[in-house]
Ligand binder design. Structure first.
Ligand code: SF4
Ligand code: FE
Length: 499
């Protein structure tokens, strides 16, 4: 099958008849639901851009499995060039959507599993890698979206998976059969869960003895029997139900998270990629997280571009663009944003070939990238709010603007720079609100903190990768630590006269 069109993608998601709940009700026509539709538009954009010749180099790649052109979101990276193009593609999509576009988690999952299945087979004589390659080809041939599902609810953080009073706090195998396994549990905060054709489940922590049933990785169709989605709320989400675009800020695009529940789901063996090999769950977690930490050096930068552009436009529309402190704040925002991009590119250019033949990012630099992501978007958002002014959170509603009596008053007092129509000034301020406090803030702010692992997770990886001993050796060599000391060579310096 060729690459899907955006329309074919929408229809294929509708055809899955997913079990989605929102506000306590089952949502049947989810592809047209006003709260969900913007997130579907985001993934549709990954199909749309892939069809445009000007983006072909970033959006498409040549499959190492079939030699055919595939959407880069289904590609296994074959070089550092692939790795850097991935980041550039993500920046482009962030720019086009001003939102989390969700398709990256599946891409990062297949790239992590590619090397881990190979290494597991080498060490344990298992058959995971070949079946995983077949699965990747299935994703590529059908141009599918896969949700990479890692984060378990985790219950009591002080207890290992097998020690939890409720064994379902981590997703686990409840039955091993001749034809496959049966799994139970949940995955939390699942980005793009209700937009995906497939789910790729991975463990969420390194497992130890006793956790064998929890060291499981597999894929299943998103509509497999027993899979249910409970849609996550976002700040200001019900504005999407009000029927006006103005107050949303970015009515076209948005992110999506859900709690994904597995209630005794059957998985055939040809879709199982890890089952009981506890020593490989840590590597899978680290590699998936590493790839997703690289991803943020692209996607958040693209959204940052939109926010910087919105702040600069707000300054124009306020009549304040010439003030030197405004110019300086825009410079600072740009500096921070490009620093993040530099990190995303650096860990790509320093990527390494794995024994399986695929390419992986430099782990230390990917973790440094994400650590900066936990900070800089907050500062960029702070500066954007500073430039935009308080009106972005005190502005009357679209209904007031449309009202026959109140509307002219709103219009009179919301005038800014003389040539700017009030409606456009309101649109831009609502966009800043959307990105910093509204639905898109989930992706730009809190996800920057906790997505792909909370800050402490990166600090642990940075500590592990930093090779402090090598640095100590450098310092000791220069200082001469450990060399014999010849006291006899000491000369008393000639006294310097006071005048
Ligand atoms: Fe992709 Fe960024 Fe969303 Fe992750 S947070 S799925 S990298 S857009
Ligand atoms: Fe994310």
């Amino acid at each position: 099958m060729a690459l899907k069109t955006p329309e074919e993608f929408r229809q294929s998601i509708a055809d899955l008849h997913l079990q989605i709940y929102m506000f306590g009700e089952k949502v049947d026509d989810y592809v047209n639901h006003p709260v969900i539709r913007p997130s579907i538009n985001c993934i549709a954009m990954t199909y749309e851009l892939a069809r445009l010749p000007e983006y072909e180099d970033l959006m498409l790649a040549t499959s190492h499995l079939t030699g055919k052109k595939v959407n880069r979101f289904t590609h296994i990276h074959q070089s550092t060039d692939d790795l850097s193009k991935k980041v550039k593609m993500q920046r482009l999509l962030g720019q086009k959507t001003g939102s989390c576009f969700q398709r990256c988690v599946g891409m990062d999952a297949i790239n992590a599993l590619y090397s881990v299945t190979y290494e597991t087979d080498q060490a344990r004589g298992t058959q995971y890698h070949e079946r995983f390659k077949n699965y990747v080809q299935y994703l590529q041939d059908n141009d599918l979206v896969a949700d990479g599902a890692m984060t378990d609810p985790k219950g009591d953080r002080g207890l290992a998976p097998h020690q939890q009073p409720d064994p379902d706090m981590y997703l686990h195998v409840v039955e091993r059969r001749d034809d496959g396994i049966v799994v139970r549990g949940a995955k939390a905060h699942q980005t793009g869960a209700c937009n995906s054709h497939e789910i790729i489940v991975m463990p969420t922590v390194a497992m130890r003895e006793g956790d064998e049933d929890y060291a499981v990785s597999f894929s299943c169709p998103a509509n497999a029997e027993g899979v249910t989605y409970i849609y996550g709320r976002q700040s200001c989400d019900t504005r999407k139900l009000e029927g006006n675009d103005l107050d949303i800020g970015n009515a076209q695009f948005g992110g999506q998270e859900a709690l994904m529940v597995f209630d005794d789901v059957f998985v055939p063996w040809d879709r199982v990629f890890l089952c009981g090999e506890i020593e490989f769950s840590g590597a899978l977690v680290e590699r998936f997280a590493g790839f997703h930490r690289q991803s943020y050096g692209g996607c958040k930068v693209g959204v940052g571009d939109v926010l910087i552009g919105a702040a600069a436009t707000a300054a124009d529309m306020n009549g304040a663009a010439k003030a030197s402190h405004i110019k300086d704040k825009l410079i600072e925002m740009t500096h921070l944003n490009e620093t993040l991009f530099s990190c995303g590119l650096a860990c790509s250019y320093e990527g390494v070939r794995m024994p399986a033949g695929n390419y992986q990012i430099d782990m230390l630099l990917a973790n440094v990238c994400k650590q900066n992501i936990t900070r800089f978007p907050y500062e960029i958002a702070r500066l954007a709010e500073d430039i935009a002014g308080g009106l972005m959170v005190t502005m009357p509603s679209a209904q007031d603007l449309a009202d026959e009596k109140i509307g002219p008053i709103v219009e009179k007092y919301l005038v800014g720079q003389c040539d700017t129509p009030v409606i456009d000034r309101m649109r831009i301020l609502r966009l800043v609100e959307n990105l910093t406090l509204g639905t898109a803030a989930v992706g730009y702010r809190t996800e920057s903190m906790h997505g792909a692992g909370s800050p402490q997770a990166q600090r642990i990886m940075i500590a592990r990768q930093s090779n402090i001993n090598h640095k100590k050796e450098l310092a000791k060599a220069l200082a001469g630590v450990g060399k014999p000391w010849d006291k006899g060579k000491i000369k008393v310096p000639t006294a310097v006269s006071a005048d």
